[in-house]
Design a protein around this ligand. Sequence first.
Ligand SMILES: [Zn+2]
Length: 185
Amino acid sequence: MRTVSRFVRFLKNRVRIGVQETGVASCRQVRDKKMGTVVEQTPYQCDRCGATNIVAASVIYQQGTHTYSTRFNSGTSQTFSAEAAEPPRPRGYLRPVLLWGPAIVIFSAWTIAGFSSILEHPTTTALHVESPVIFLFLGISSFAGMVFGLRKIARYNREVYPHLRWNWEHTYICRRCGRFRLIHS
Ligand SMILES: [Zn+2]
C-alpha cells in the first residue's frame, strides 16, 4: 500500500516535471507559432475559399487555348476560363492610319488640285484662293490627328502595357471558385 502511494506520488511528480519543463513547453509554443505563420503567409492559397488549388493565369490560358486545323478551316478554340485569363496585348498602329489616312489623302489631293487650278487658270477658275487653303488646313489637321493617335498608342505600349503584362504574369486563378489573385513573387 505504501509502495503504491509512493509510486503514485512518483508519477504525479513526473507529470509536474513534464508540464513545468520550460524547454518542452516553449519548444511546442514556437512550433505552434511557426505553423500558424506558415498557414497565414502561404501566398498560393485562395483568399476567398481557402483552396490551395490555384494556378497561374498563363497556365490556364495555355491549357484552355487550342489551335486546330481541319481540311476546311483552322483557328483557335478557347475555353471560357482561358478567355478570361487572356494576356493583355500591345495596341496596333493600324487604327489611326485607317481612321485618318483617307482624310489626309483626300484633302491633300484637293489642296493640290485647287492650287494647280488657280496657278494654271488664274483668271478663269471658279475656285477662290481660300478653298485650297481650307483643304490644306484640313489635311494638316488630319495628319496631326493621326500623329496624335499614333503617339497615344506608342505611349500606351511603352508605359501602360508592361504593367498590365506584369500583372498578368503574376495573376493566379483559383480552380475552385475562380477568384483572380495577384501574387508579387
Ligand atoms: Zn477560391
